[in-house]
Design a protein around this ligand. Structure first.
Ligand SMILES: Nc1ncnc2c1ncn2[C@@H]1O[C@H](COP(=O)(O)OP(=O)(O)OP(=O)(O)O)[C@@H](O)[C@H]1O
Length: 605
């Protein structure tokens, strides 16, 4: 089981994991890797066989040279017999060309495997993060998600593309070389075995230190991306509040930190690689010296000594590659840890296992003794009950932070209550299939987000199979048709192109058309008309009347003028309803709403 302190994305920004936490994270990463390669196992086996055969052919080279010098050459010198030499040369060539061809084939197979794994992982991250609940996205910034999808995936690809191949082929090559050397001249083979001791310690030292450095590097790299994305997405606020200089400073600090962490890991590499070269030089020197003495004594043939020297050198060459692997491995495991954390997150509003059918909702919404808080520390709605009959229009008013948007989020099931239930036509929202829920309940938010594409595409979001006539009818109903007609390409205007840019009020109208087309039983409206000028507000009030007709509506009313179209007004404070009546009755009374209304009327004169 995953340790709670590092479950999912918890503790993601730390780099000081305990042994148990490290183990839990490693297990999670391996599980992910396993699930990625499982469907490709037969291709992996094929790649493995190709690699073993090609490595064996490559390792045969020095042994063939030794044979040629020791056995075939004397035949030429003593008997002018070229046959053995020709045979050896032919075999040597065949092994070389065969090994090269197989390596070429292996490279293609391995690349195909890598691309398959990357495709799967990329899609999984997208599908999964999109599925995660709003709660996750509200705390895990988009910058961090971008960093998972970009730099982390790149590190993993680098590992699979280069590193892993190098490790497997390096280990195989080293192993085969050692066996060949032991068979050819066991005394030289022992030199390699002895060199293994300092090599082991050197590798362990490098691995331990670089693991930490790479983890830190991933954390800081994500912070750099988060800062960048946050600044660019909030560029209007940045400019409005002249935050540029402070941002420059903060971004500069983070980038400097990123450079320092990278320098640290590169410096480790700067000690590790020369260390290996020294061990390699000593090993070759010892084999050459000891072999030379034995050749002098007549107990070793020159060809064997040459092959032994070649083998020792060849043995160390892939070790450099393995060091490269450790480098990309550290970076990729740190990335894999983060990615596996995101993929381990579960939606906090899970889909029902056995959904209740609700094809045609009437729109009766009820809060039954609901308790809700965004965290355990603070309750926003303490024992909240509310009954909204089908077809009623509710206006929610109240001080800022009273819990109006929270109510809306619960009705949309962006969150689930911690106790009690929210029902639609008597069915707990948790039991509804997401498709039924989204068809029955639509929330129009303040931001009225437009996706890239045409105006028609944006309206059609409400009903993907809508015809252009339906789209136009919806736009006409909410009074959006006139301005859309005036856009450069009418309904086909690209909203992201300069000429297609629409104003805040027009955006709001497009999102009304979208909701009208969706025709939900329950419409929630986070009504943000505060920024609109009076003519467009009037236009929007008219659009609202059309939009709300014949359905249950919950309007978070920021402007008291909206309240007039409601059947019922709820005044909220600290997560409770303090007044609940028709607008006229409330205005005639002496309560909070009457005071608010009186103050508002005065402000109009
Ligand atoms: N995602 C969140 N995480 C934690 N707390 C939150 C979150 N969203 C809102 N809150 C808190 O819940 C309380 C109710 O917020 P809510 O947005 O429902 O108020 P509201 O009545 O809609 O306010 P406003 O009129 O300003 O939009 C506030 O105290 C707010 O700090």
């Amino acid at each position: 089981m995953t340790t709670a302190t590092v479950a999912g994305t918890t503790g993601e920004d730390r780099s000081d994991y305990t042994r148990d936490e490290s183990r839990a994270i490693r297990r999670r990463s391996l599980r992910l890797l396993g699930s990625l390669v499982a469907p490709l196992r037969w291709q992996l086996v094929l790649a493995g066989v190709v690699l073993v055969v090609s490595t064996a052919l490559r390792v045969a080279g020095p042994a063939l040279i030794a044979y040629g010098i020791n056995q075939a050459l004397p035949q030429v010198i003593d008997h002018n017999d070229w046959m053995p030499t020709i045979v050896i040369v032919a075999v040597y060539l065949a092994a070389g060309v065969g090994g090269a061809a197989l390596i070429g084939w292996y490279a293609v197979v391995a690349a195909r495997l890598t691309q398959a794994v990357m495709l799967d992982l990329r899609k999984r991250i997208f599908v999964h993060t999109q599925r995660l609940s709003l709660e996750f996205h509200e705390s895990y910034t988009s910058g961090r998600i971008i960093s998972r999808q970009t730099s982390d995936l790149d590190s993993i690809r680098e590992l699979l593309d280069g590193g892993l191949n190098e490790l497997v082929s390096g280990v195989l090559y080293g192993g085969f070389t050692l066996v060949a050397l032991l068979l050819l001249d066991w005394q030289s083979g022992l030199v390699i075995v002895a060199a293994g001791i300092p090599l082991f310690f050197l590798m362990r030292w490098f691995y331990r230190h670089s693991q930490r450095a790479y983890r830190e590097s991933r954390v800081v790299s994500a912070q750099v991306i988060v800062k960048f994305v946050e600044t660019m997405t909030g560029i209007r606020a940045v400019k409005a509040f002249r935050k540029e200089e402070r941002n420059d400073q903060e971004f500069g600090d983070l980038s400097g930190q990123y450079r320092d962490v990278n320098m640290r890991s590169l410096r480790l590499f700067g000690t590790f690689e020369p260390g290996m070269m020294v061990v390699s030089a000593f090993a070759v020197a010892v084999v050459l010296l000891w072999g030379g003495i034995r050749v002098g004594e007549g107990s070793l043939l020159v060809g064997t000594l040459l092959a032994a020297v070649l083998y020792v050198r060849n043995f160390f060459a892939p070790l450099q590659e393995i060091a490269m692997f450790l480098n990309s491995y550290q970076s990729a495991t740190a990335a894999l840890e983060k990615v596996s954390g995101v993929l381990d997150e579960e939606p906090t509003v899970p889909d029902p296992v056995a959904p209740v059918d609700l094809w045609e909702a009437r729109g009766h919404v009820e809060f039954r003794d609901v308790v809700f808080g965004y965290s355990d520390e603070r309750t926003i709605l303490p024992h909240f009950s509310l009954d909204i009959p089908a077809g009623q229009t509710i206006a929610l008013v109240g001080t800022t932070g009273a819990g109006k948007s929270t109510l809306a989020k619960l009705v949309s099931r962006f969150y689930d209550p911690s106790a009690g239930e929210v029902t639609l036509d008597g069915v707990d929202l948790r039991a509804l299939h997401p498709k039924d829920l989204r068809r029955a309940i639509v929330m129009v938010t303040q931001e009225a987000y437009l996706f890239s594409g045409t105006v028609a595409d944006n309206i059609a979001l409400g009903k993907p199979d809508a015809t252009l006539d339906e789209i136009r009818a919806a736009a006409r109903a909410v009074g959006a048709d006139a301005f859309i007609q005036r856009l450069p390409d009418g309904y086909d205007t690209d909203v992201n192109k300069r000429g297609g840019r629409v104003s805040a009020g027009q955006r709001q109208l497009i999102s009304f058309a979208r909701a009208f087309l969706a025709d939900p039983a329950v419409l929630i409206l986070d009504e943000a008309t505060a920024s609109l000028d009076i003519p467009s507000e009037r236009q929007i009030q008219e659009a609202l009347q059309t939009l709300l007709g014949g359905r249950t509506a919950i309007i978070i009313a920021h402007r008291l003028s909206t309240v007039a179209i409601a059947d019922r007004v709820l005044v909220m404070e600290h997560g409770e309803i303090i007044e609940d009546d028709t607008p006229d009755a409330l205005i005639a009374g002496t309560g909070k709403f009457a005071q608010l209304h009186a103050a508002w009327r005065e402000s109009l004169v």
